[in-house]
Write a protein that binds this ligand. Structure first.
Ligand code: ADP
Ligand code: MG
Length: 323
């Protein structure tokens, strides 16, 4: 076992948003119902993720920053976990290799926790302290010891854009988790985590957008579709207004996008685009997530049935509004 070297780290930690992604996914894996993300200067100055999840066992605290020889995938039957193949057990070591990391975590209810500080892969502090249940990770000065990587960073606004896009997707795909995102002292996102997708839509796109949404609910033997599409009179969306989840995971799929657009454009002007947020449910064996891990692209084994189902379900609801 050894601390990940900086070259390997580059594969996992491309930019501040990659750090946010890894930490938030860990927080979700830990069963958190509340996840707070605070970043400074687009995440380049600091990234802090605080959760109320299971915490890390004191005996595992320093080990979590070392490379694991084992992989969770062999134990996991959830195909979506394979999307991060190659990164399993490498996120924390990789981040610790290229930043200054402070971890405070507690797995119990006795108020006792553990604090670990690692800078550039070196263990600086390892102590018992008082802490609430959950995990609080602060990543400071990302790429401070890899100036070549730092040079590739775009503007603060660009880096922040990647972070907020990711957080919006997480909020939309996990309405039962309360997310917050703050940049410097501005609040960019705040969801309540009560499971209501429409409230998340209001938090992400604004209350006006949420008011313009029509519920869609449809199912057949293979698929269930649940979500919202904007009413015909909503004109403030562009081509990027469609978010699709499959079995609760945010994905990209050209065919589903096209099916939604087709339903919409059969009834409405071609230069207008819907705001739409959908969760598709189906048996995991009908989804192949190996198409393009990094881009979250999936392929459906029953696409000939799926696309018409999506199109028809949306068309029927929209048509009642237009006629
Ligand atoms: P992986 O998520 O692939 O296991 P990571 O490097 O991301 O690898 O995390 C290493 C381990 O540290 C996790 O498996 C988990 O046991 C623990 N861990 C990391 N973050 C958290 C967290 N927020 N809450 C609880 N445990 C965590
Ligand atoms: Mg992880």
């Amino acid at each position: 076992e050894h601390i990940a070297n900086q070259i390997a780290a580059g594969e996992v930690v491309e930019r501040p948003a990659s750090v946010v992604k890894e930490l938030v996914e860990n927080a979700i894996d830990a069963g958190s119902t509340k996840i707070e993300v605070t970043v400074e200067e687009g995440g380049l100055q600091s990234i802090r993720v605080t959760d109320n999840g299971s915490g890390i066992d004191p005996n595992d605290c320093t080990a979590a920053f070392y490379r694991h020889a084992t992989s969770k995938i062999e134990h996991s039957r959830d195909l979506f976990h394979i999307t991060t193949l190659g990164f399993r057990g490498e996120a924390l070591p990789s981040i610790a290799a290229v930043a200054k990391v402070e971890l405070v975590t507690s797995s119990g209810d006795e108020g006792l926790g553990h604090r670990v500080v690692i800078e550039g892969g070196k263990l600086i502090a390892d102590e018992t302290i008082a802490a609430p249940r959950g995990t609080d990770l602060i990543i400071r000065e990302l790429f401070y010891n890899t100036p070549a990587r730092l040079k590739y960073m775009k503007t603060i606004q660009t880096e922040l854009g990647h972070i907020s896009d990711f957080m919006y997707r997480m909020a939309l795909s996990h309405p039962q988790i309360a997310f917050s995102l703050r940049h410097n002292s501005n609040s960019l996102l705040q969801t309540v985590g009560n499971g209501d997708l429409l409230q998340v839509i209001a938090a992400v796109y604004g209350t006006q957008a949420a008011k313009a949404m029509l519920p869609i609910q449809a199912e057949n033997l293979d698929f269930q579709l649940h979500g919202y599409i904007s009413r015909p009179e909503w004109t403030r969306s562009n081509r990027n207004g469609i978010s699709t989840m499959v079995n609760g995971r945010y994905i990209r799929n050209f065919g589903v996008n096209q099916a939604i657009q087709r339903a919409y454009h059969t009834l409405l002007p071609i230069n207008r685009f819907p705001l739409a947020v959908f969760d598709l449910r189906m048996h995991p064996s009908l989804v192949d997530v190996n198409v393009h891990p990094a881009k979250l692209e999936v392929r459906f084994s029953k696409e000939q049935e799926l696309y018409p189902f999506v199109e028809q379900s949306i068309y029927q609801v929209l048509r009642q509004e237009v006629l």
